[in-house]
Design a protein around this ligand. Structure first.
Ligand code: ARG
Length: 255
């Protein structure tokens, strides 16, 4: 009888470990075993409202809320690791985080290093310019100085289109927007919702150009080959899409 009980118990432990991914068990087993809840570590770059940002020491935003739902559904606690955007993929690959969720766009190059879940949001790269700027669309940007967040698709596409020498890279896009104020750069390229949030925080100083610069899709990245976690995340995304939970979260932040 005792044997059967311990067998069942050990099976339960195995199941819960499997549910919460791998690096979890090695990096956090001591803290999590006391509560009985396993941990999934999410890395992000919380300089990206309304997807992820910090407010009074707390992480907020669409991605943070989706991640917490994922945790709820998989029975895991979510721990957030806030790091530079260009460190996200290496951190997932080193196993220091189970997944990266950061308004991250699926690109062919990134797909060579990580596996992406199904898409959970569409976005476009938008162009922000000072309110009196004569720039109308990206065709006017060839001899201009452009600010981007380091390592983002804005950085990659603008470097390709306008040349490395014209690109100023910032750890966070708000620094680029500040640089536009002092006149050291002429435009910033960043995801549309983030552009709206940043421009709204500085009313009357900037405008967002009408024609989008590039269209993209966001997904969650896991270590290449971690199909177990990938399948679980896809299961949750699918469920949250079909039962309206995803839309409800997005609608809280984007009107
Ligand atoms: N969507 C863009 C990309 O994947 C920008 C994402 C920036 N995200 C962030 N949390 N800073 O490159």
């Amino acid at each position: 009888m005792k044997k059967i009980l311990s067998l069942i118990l050990s099976m339960l432990v195995v199941c819960s470990l499997v549910a919460c991914g791998n690096s979890t068990t090695s990096t956090s087993s001591s803290s999590s075993s006391s509560t009985g809840t396993e941990k999934l570590i999410m890395c992000t770059n919380a300089e990206f409202p309304p997807y992820e940002y910090k407010e009074g020491g707390d992480f907020k935003g669409i991605d943070v809320e989706i991640a917490n739902k994922i945790g709820e559904k998989l029975g895991c606690e979510i721990e957030i690791l806030d790091i530079a955007f260009d460190s996200l993929i290496p951190t997932v690959n080193s196993g220091k985080a189970d997944f990266a969720m950061a308004g991250m766009t699926i690109t062919e190059d990134r797909k060579e290093n990580v596996d992406f879940t199904d898409t959970y949001q569409n976005a476009v790269q938008a162009i922000i310019v000072p309110i009196n700027s004569e720039i109308v669309d990206s065709n006017d940007m060839y001899d201009k100085k452009i600010g981007v967040q380091l390592g983002t698709t804005g950085d990659i596409y603008c470097t390709d289109d306008f040349g490395d020498e014209n690109i100023s890279r910032y750890p966070k896009i708000v620094d680029g927007v500040q640089a536009m104020k002092t006149g050291s750069i002429d435009a910033c390229v960043v995801d549309d919702q983030v552009a709206k949030a940043v421009v709204a925080g500085d009313e009357g100083s900037f405008k967002i150009l009408e024609s989008p610069y590039a269209e993209e899709e966001y997904a969650i990245a896991v270590k290449k080959g971690n199909s177990e976690l990938l399948d679980k995340l896809n299961g949750v995304i699918k469920e949250m899409k079909s039962n309206g939970e995803l839309k409800a979260i997005v609608d809280k932040y984007i009107q």
